[in-house]
Every structure is written in C-alpha cells, then in structure tokens.
Design a protein around this ligand. Sequence first.
Ligand SMILES: *[C@@H]1O[C@H](CO)[C@@H](O)[C@H](O)[C@H]1NC(C)=O
Ligand SMILES: *[C@@H]1O[C@H](CO)[C@@H](O)[C@H](O)[C@H]1NC(C)=O
Length: 340
Amino acid sequence: MLVALLLLQGASQVVAGGSRSRWTYAGPYGKEHWEADFPDCGGTAQSPIDIQTGATWHDPSLLPVLPLGYGSLWDDTFTLHNNGHTVKMSLPPTMTLQGLPWVCTAVQLHLHWGRQGQAGGSEHRLDGEAAPAELHVVHYNSETYANLSQAQHQADGLAVLGILIEAGDTPNPAYDNILRHLDSVQHAGQSISIPAFDVGELLPQRLGHFYRYNGSLTTPPCLQSVLWTVFHQRVRISSAQLQQLQQTLFSTELGSPHPQPLLDNFREPQALNDRLVLASFPVGPTGYSTGEIIAIVFGVLVGCLGVGLAAHFVAKRIRTKRRREHDVVFKSSSKRVTVG
Ligand SMILES: *[C@@H]1O[C@H](CO)[C@@H](O)[C@H](O)[C@H]1NC(C)=O
Ligand SMILES: *[C@@H]1O[C@H](CO)[C@@H](O)[C@H](O)[C@H]1NC(C)=O
C-alpha cells in the first residue's frame, strides 16, 4: 500500500516536471485533453463545481474564516508573475488562515476570468450563475506538512478561498493594487515586484457566509487535495478594471510569432458525484436565506389575513343584506296578512 502510494507520488512528480506537462485551456492541449496527461483531472472529486445553494447542508459548527497577518506587511513587496495560464502573486508565510480544521499558511493568489462581452469567467457558480471573474487564495496545511509541494499530494493538504468577482461602476482600490501592474507582466514568463498591500481587502466583508466542500486544483495536475471555501458574498470591481484583466495579458512569451491573448482561463463546473457541500449559514430549500424566508412567510401570512378579513366582511355584508330582504318579505307578508 505504502509502496504503491510512493510510486504514485513519484509518477505524478515525473509528470509534473516532465515534458508532458504542457496544458492550455483550448486547442490540442485544452481542457478535454487534460485527463490524458494528468489522470487526476478525470477524478470524481474535481473542482470547480456549480453550487446548488438549496441542496447545501447547513453546518452551524463551521467557524468564520479568520485571515491572520494578511495586513501586517513583513515584506515590502510581492512578486507578480504571468505564468501563461494566469497572473499569480506570491504571498509571504506570515499570512495564515484560521477557522479551518488545521492552521494554513498562504502561498499565492491568482485570478480566473472570461472575455469581454461574455457573461462567464468565474470557475465556481452559484445556482448555475457564473460571475465575470474569480480570485483564488491558495494555502497549505502547515500544521501537518512542511511545504506546498509536499502538502498538495495529501487529501488534507490544501485550502483555497474562492471569491466571485462582479463588475459595477466603482473602481475597487484593493484590486487596483494588482491590476495597475498588469502592463508590466503582459507576456508569459514575466515577473515584477509590486508594493505590498493588505490582501484582506481583496476578500468580501462577510467572511462568515461561505460554502465548503472537498475538491481539487482547477488546473493540471488537478490534485484532489483542496478543502474549498467559496464565499457567498461577491466582491465588486469596476467594468474598466474587469476589462483591464481581460485585455492586458498574453499567454505567449514576449516576441512570440503568434501572440495569444490570455483570456477564458476558467474550467467548467465538474460533477459533484457523491460529495456534500456544506454552508456556514442557513440557506433555504430554494436558495433563500432565513431572513428572506421569514419575510416571505410573513408576507404570505399578512396576505392570507387580508383575504380572510375581506371574505369575512363580504360574507357579513351578504348576511346583513339577506336578513334585511328577509325582514322586508316578512313585513310585507305580515302586512298582507293584516290587510287580508
Ligand atoms: C518540502 O518538504 C519536503 C519534506 O520536508 C522536502 O523533502 C522538500 O525538499 C521540500 N520542498 C521544497 C520545495 O521546499
Ligand atoms: C472532506 O473530507 C474529509 C476526509 O474525508 C472529511 O472528514 C470532511 O468532513 C470532508 N469535508 C467536507 C466539507 O465535506
């Protein structure tokens, strides 16, 4: 068993480091071919997923995610790198995450996005709906493992935060800390040092409202070692910022004879299979929150009360009218009797 595991681990390292490690989002090395070179991509616990919020399981024991040291800047700079698949920013080991089953240490963050004029771009979806982009903050279980390379092969090795990003009118200054430097890493292989900033500001405000499930890396080698936290609340950047993300980068190196724009770097939702998706907050069967359900029930009750009262008064009126008619008939007939 142990030997088999070691062999497997060795084999996957060879694949990751070997010549067959090439992959892209489209074309002959595209998503549908990942499984051939990276067998885990065909696994049964893959990411991303489409989270059916009404089918999630409320687990009140889930603690709010607690980022520590996200804002205390030990390093003056972060490194921004275009690796041909995404733009990635290295994170210092002084950034940790609590509230998960194990203490986690941050490693890097990166983004996924679509293209201008199309709705999708995020990897995770909520009730079938994709956002225009998604931020992933990658951590490893530093309580149990020495580093990312060791942890990523273990079932309890990694923890990734997923943040859905939507576009609005107002520029988001936190995201500008990254986006304004994209010009300097336009081509694959390029890196630049950028001033450090509070990474916590890239997260949504409500850190206590999230979905959690066991999944994988969303890119080859698709290792099934990620405990996912996908926040319910989205963050908002401006439409201009979204365009900057969609239109600045190339997946090819500087001087390439066939420059390729870096866009649509997202994977479609994978089968949930027999996995459970937990929610840290009560989500109703239709995806409504408790507050919304209370409002709906209250509204319906008030409505019923209104209809009931109306019916009561109409019935009362009819009864009064009938009684009056009856009285008239009675009186006239008694009159007739009198006259007769
Ligand atoms: C990660 O940790 C393992 C086990 O301690 C060690 O053998 C390996 O060299 C480390 N790798 C890196 C990249 O630091
Ligand atoms: C993830 O998998 C571990 C190990 O199988 C399990 O203990 C844990 O409950 C799972 N977490 C979720 C959110 O399903």
